[in-house]
Design a protein around this ligand. Structure first.
Ligand code: FES
Length: 204
């Protein structure tokens, strides 16, 4: 059996990531997308072949995309020179949805990290962090992320193992939540436990 297909290059103008606790928004033609569940809601990854300002041409268009109530606060960050735009819908002090846009080749905030804010109380620090795409300075020392479900970095985990004398993955999970969702970081957590045990024996 054979089916004829026509393959052609697509010129992508922007890519985006929507995280929401609500349902999928209606998307116009010309948007390529995929969706996946995340803790607290879903993620929608998109690319657009038309200029971004045709997709989000008004505040109402953004509100429809984020599916936030009229009373919800819409906060934004924009860097037009870099074509980077970020928006968040906050209702009753909690994050309902957020969306990030950037040109192809420019990274978007990490999906699981940003999803960790969904449904949570948004302090002014968290708001800044979410819109800037950077962890608050107090978390900056946590090193590369090991557990992406809960945004827990290698330094945080190693320090906790040492300070609290953690012996297994369950103890790490109880203290930091790392490893308690999808479990894909558990092999790495075991390696960190082993490395800290080795370090302890070397020091004796
Ligand atoms: S990466 Fe999912 S639980 Fe750690």
């Amino acid at each position: 059996k054979g089916t004829k297909v026509r393959v052609g290059a697509v010129s992508v103008e922007w890519h985006g990531l929507l995280l929401s606790r609500d349902t999928m928004p209606d998307l116009p033609d010309g948007i390529h997308w995929s969706t996946a569940p995340v803790a607290g809601g879903f993620a929608l990854e998109m690319t657009g072949t038309a200029p971004l300002d045709r997709f989000i041409d008004s505040e109402q268009a953004l509100r429809n995309l984020l599916r936030i109530a009229r009373a919800a606060e819409l906060v934004s960050y924009s860097d037009p020179k870099k074509s980077v735009f970020r928006y968040a819908g906050i209702a009753d002090g909690r994050l309902d949805a957020c969306i990030f846009f950037a040109p192809p080749g420019t990274a978007l905030p990490q999906r699981e990290w940003a999803a960790g804010f969904l449904g949570r109380d948004i302090t002014s620090t968290a708001r800044l962090s979410l819109l800037s795409g950077l962890a608050p300075s107090g978390e900056a020392q946590q090193g590369p992320i090991v557990c992406s479900c809960f945004s827990v970095g290698i330094e945080t985990i190693s320090a906790a193992i040492r300070a609290k004398n953690l012996r297994n993955v369950a103890q790490i999970g109880a203290m930091l939540r790392a490893g308690t969702n999808c479990g894909s970081c558990i092999p790495e957590l075991k390696k960190l436990l082993a490395a800290e045990t080795d370090r302890l024996f070397e020091a004796v």
